[in-house]
Design a binder for this molecule. Structure first.
Ligand SMILES: N[C@@H](CCC(=O)N[C@@H](CS)C(=O)NCC(=O)O)C(=O)O
Length: 216
């Protein structure tokens, strides 16, 4: 199995963390987004969306980070990250969709305004967009904070794919380079949960790659 990724990509990181946590034998293939390698024809054959992560398993190609996480778990006998009981699995799925549909795009607005625009020569942050991004991040973080008031992990007493997914927008580019621009400091339960995630082996292994975020 091959997992195409970029170490500074939040979307890649959740797939990489899942592979490491499950101990799936995966060859990690770097796609350097700074060099535009995602736009090379050979990569576009794998993912016409020009995005990482992508998984290749014996000729089967899968893109979309959450689909990759689910696939890796389903291929791993005895795993506990992705429960098989119907309600428990639906609960995890709910948070994966929430992350992809709400939280990640909200943090994405702030990433774009504070970093990406500057990197690609589109000028400085637009205050109206920054305000919109901050409001959305606060709204969704508030929902998660309330949910975590009586839980150690998002779906109960043990980590699941939901935790490995949701942690990545909270700890990506913005949080690494300018934590003060990510308005989540006031959410105590989220902060405690983030501290808990940072004790996971898989977290530590993938954090090494964020050692020099100025190179992103
Ligand atoms: N919904 C996709 C999003 C993937 C995505 O946006 N990846 C970014 C890096 S975080 C990327 O590869 N961007 C390169 C580009 O847009 O050219 C997923 O969850 O896998």
């Amino acid at each position: 199995m091959r997992l195409y990724h970029y170490p500074y990509s939040d979307n890649s990181r959740r797939a990489v963390m899942t592979a490491l946590h499950l101990d799936v034998p995966v060859e990690f293939v770097l796609v350097d987004l700074r060099k535009g390698e995602q736009n090379q024809p050979s990569f576009l054959d794998l993912n016409p969306n020009h995005r990482v992560p992508v998984l290749e398993d014996d000729g089967f190609i899968l893109w979309e980070s959450h689909a990759i996480m689910q696939y890796l778990a389903d291929k791993t006998p005895g795993q506990t990250l992705y429960p098989t009981e119907t309600h428990a699995r639906a609960d995890v799925n709910r948070w994966l969709f929430w992350c992809g549909g709400h939280l990640t795009p909200a943090v994405g607005i702030l990433n774009r305004e504070h970093f990406i625009k500057g990197m690609i020569g589109l000028g400085g942050p637009d205050p109206a967009e920054v305000k919109r991004g901050e409001e959305l991040v606060c709204e969704f973080s508030g929902i998660l904070d309330k949910h975590l008031a009586c839980r150690e992990w998002i779906c109960g007493s043990a980590p699941t794919l939901a935790d490995l997914s949701i942690v990545t927008p909270f700890t990506g580019l913005l949080a690494t380079r300018a934590p003060e621009k990510l308005p989540i400091g006031m959410f105590a339960n989220v902060q405690r949960w983030l501290a808990r995630i940072q004790t996971l082996d898989t977290w530590q292994k993938t954090t090494v790659t964020l050692a020099n975020p100025s190179e992103v």
